[in-house]
Design a protein around this ligand. Sequence first.
Ligand code: PEP
Ligand code: MG
Length: 731
Amino acid sequence: MRYLGQPLHGLFCLASLGEAHQTLLERLCALLIEGRGQELGRATSSRAVLEVLGGELPPDWPSARITLANAHGLHARPAKILAQLAKSFDGDIRVRIVDGAVGAVSVKSLSKLLSLGARRGQVLEFVAEPTVAGDALPALLAAVQEGLGEEVEPLPAVSAQPAQVDIEPVLSAPLSGSQLQAIAAAPGIAIGPAHIQVPQVFDYPLRGESAAAERQRLHAALSEVRTDIQGLIERSQAKAIREIFITHQEMLDDPELTDEVDTRLKQGESAEAAWMSVIEAAAKQQEALQDALLAERAADLRDIGRRVLAQLCGVQSVQEPSEPYILVMEEVGPSDVARLDPARVAGILTARGGATAHSAIVARALGIPALVGAGAAVLLLNAGTPLLLDGQRGRLHVDPDAATLQRATVERDSREQRLQAASAQRHEPALTRDGHAVEVFANIGESAGVASAVEQGAEGIGLLRTELIFMAHPQAPDEATQEAEYRRVLDGLNGRPLVVRTLDVGGDKPLPYWPIAEEENPFLGVRGIRLTLQRPQIMEAQLRALLRAADNRPLRIMFPMVGSVDEWRAARDMTERLRLEIPVADLQLGIMIEVPSAALLAPVLAKEVDFFSVGTNDLTQYTLAIDRGHPTLSAQADGLHPAVLQLIDITVRAAHAHGKWVGVCGELAADPLAVPVLVGLGVDELSVSARSIPEVKARVREFSLSEAQGLAQQALAVGSPAEVRALVEAV
Ligand code: PEP
Ligand code: MG
């Protein structure tokens, strides 16, 4: 048989699910390149095929684990009994040693079982084809537990527990009417159809019919895509989004791209193959420049690449629903979120991700309710499935019934009303019922944010994340560029105070033009003040720019990630030295409390600093030892954990004992349940995203200082964040 003029020896079908099939596909390609295609031809069962591919089993096959208790391990006799039992099931069953170096082997093969060399105390993991897993896995576990024909001494401690049968269900879409718990990433209730964005897979021939025919197909596809993009430009409300699509148009019309494609067409390639090779090569070239902005261009190139390819392959790209929808993605990066049009995206739902990851912060800033880390099953939802997303409680309702929908709509509307009332009073000070003032400031990332912060009622900027200014430039911005940026912020504040954080990069915030040596644990590595103290020229340039921009306006400078008194003193001394050169009238120097050691040293530091600002995002991550962006654990990284509150309490007591003030600029400051607790602990200033200011001010007005103090003392005495939340909710 021939295909496209070449002999065809076999057809290999590989089902795809997101990126899950990729490893197998790569192994298959490697096998063919090695000239071992014939072996596949001889493999007649799925087990044999997998064996030839030498690969892992499909990740969604059910599995079960048990610790082997046989004194001499899995030697010939017990292995034979295990193999015989496995053979009584008509499907593929494999086993591996958890944490072992060898891959899974067929349980039906005695020699393979022996080759595992499993010893007493090692954990075996059985994996079985879904059709037999339900019967086979419990039977195998029971047999292993009974000793496979041998008398076994129970294992000590943990392993002496009864065998743990942990059959994971085959991954399937959440059912209609079901409810899922995920990580609450941005508050609000969103209702809308699911719009699933998973990478599409395309299949196309590598060789074309004729250069002329392929050229014509390509031109037709390009023209269709151009029309589509024009529609998107016309529909987009936001300028930033329109600009992205205009760039896409320009890329489509780039003669260099089309010339290179044409050369390939003349060499006999199909339009699809030629187009994608050229796009991929161009994208790789951009990425190699290691420049943030150009790297983003690579993503744009791939984006238009896929659009044109979809057109050529006749694959309908999933149409965006016409009504506001819930965007469902595997994971969403900060730049993905920043591109979204809040008018069209009612909510965001991701399979992976964490609540204080920077993408979640961007979602909150845009006011789009978001849930993250909901699990891979959500990617299997049918497009258009009605979803109800509760970004406050972290809940997702799939195809909710009318009553649930009705309740949520009422809650959404009443939240909106509350926000409207809060907004009407956004320029009033935030006074508790007994007249205690709490300053409410804004967190911003770029100078342009200051106007809307003031408009939302900010009494100052409590955190200017200067790294975003650095990230917006292809090279480190020089002193003059920085000075102009800082001046713009101070101008926009009209005499209100500005708290600036010096450059905080490293961890999850790398700077492309400052390659940082790869670290196993970047969050525990060279980041924040540790990094800038190693690069004094950069730090000095930033400090000079800040001092120059200040004139007589209130400037507060703080240093991120300080963990020791020495770090603070080094940063302070550098600033004081520069201040001799560039005098400023109203300057305070402080540190962020993000590392537990800094909080514990607050009694020492408070004598020297002018203020503290608690970065609860990092303080929580480091206190609880949970990565703030961890896909499954970060829901537990709750800043209302009493351990974190204890550290804030130490900080505030120390500061107040020396007449210094304390702010909180982490995401916790905007959590309505946290506001009374923080105020009760004595926090003087809350700094939140501009959008949250009216709500936080309104929240402060709901309680008295003495009530808040009582609540804070109770919160310090309990053992979990859930108990703290319950205490606040009960008031
Ligand atoms: C924090 O850690 O709480 C903080 C405000 O800093 P960032 O989120 O930018 O790390
Ligand atoms: Mg931080």
